[in-house]
Design a protein around this ligand. Sequence first.
Ligand SMILES: [Fe+2]
Ligand SMILES: [Fe+2]
Length: 379
Amino acid sequence: MSYLEPWKELEQINCSDQLKRFVHQNEEDRRVSSLPHVLKPLPAKATVMGQDSPHQTGDLTSYDILTRAPLYFFASHVVEIPPHVPVRGVHRHLAAPTIFCFRGKGWEWNDGVTYEFETYDMVCFPPYSTHQHGGDREVGCGMISLATRLFHMLGLMWREQHKLSEKPVFPEGTEPIYDDAGKLQGYRIKKGVLGVEKDVEVVVGADSRLEVVFRVRKEAGAWSETVANTYDRYTKLFHDEVSYLGRVDHVVHERREDWEWSRHGKIKWLIHPEIETGAKQVWVYLQEIPAGSRSGMHRHIAEEQIMVLEGKGYDLHDGVRWDWEQGDFICIPRMTAHQHFVAGENRAVLLCAMPSPPTVLGLGGIEQLEDAPEYQSVA
Ligand SMILES: [Fe+2]
Ligand SMILES: [Fe+2]
């Protein structure tokens, strides 16, 4: 069966939506229960952009939910930029990515401005911006993009390539496209890849239909009229969003944020609504757990994806043990009670990310089930 066939078959199912709903719900639950909660990182490969891994917790497209991990929202991928590599490609998309540097240091070029980041910094850049990532020439960097399937579900997954890597690699099933003068124009995804029946061309440059949408936002300027009615509030919002995204920093510098002792343990928030950034899809914190200790136990409606930055140990998810070590991805399904335990003689540091949309939907908040052991003595 090709990748695209399940979607064709769905159209032919001759039963009511009411029946379908319960059949699919049951199948999804069965699928969630069958998938592992701890994943080993997938290795990076050379691509037209540079060096990238496949998405760690399942592909970015919403077609591919519940493929590697019991997660619906996250589809994070790792970008590895070794020292002295060719410069990566330039692209833009509607989605506002949230990128964490877990090794080395680097830079983000964004609409003509360069932002620098170091280990454990978070790069949060605004939607509809043209950008390029790079690593420090001497040490390179490793980054994880906390990508989500949210934009696909909204029909806003659109992306365009403006420049390929200085040394692009065309994987099997693709071929470069050259113009008459021999200049590289883009690449062709050949018929048969993922079941497509015609070649798909990816030509470098701006899409003329969407260019105007992007340009108008960039040129919107500040709102100067009075707000006379409710409709005006939303015409003003268009201008306010552009002004806000134009003034916020693109980097949350880890060293400038404070650790806090919470009922869940020692935490440093990198993204939440009170930290002004362009990042709106996720809430993110670092958690440090001392050697031999554990976090609190809590439960929230939203799923959670964790990257183990340091140390080793295990989690309990609704009482079931899942072992982890540095580099692993811990995937906590929605509505699951969970707690982290450190094994060995060193501390553990975790990068914990949760989707923000449930909070907007009235499904936010955290139910604390047990406090971290240090909490009472330091609070
Ligand atoms: Fe991007
Ligand atoms: Fe959690």
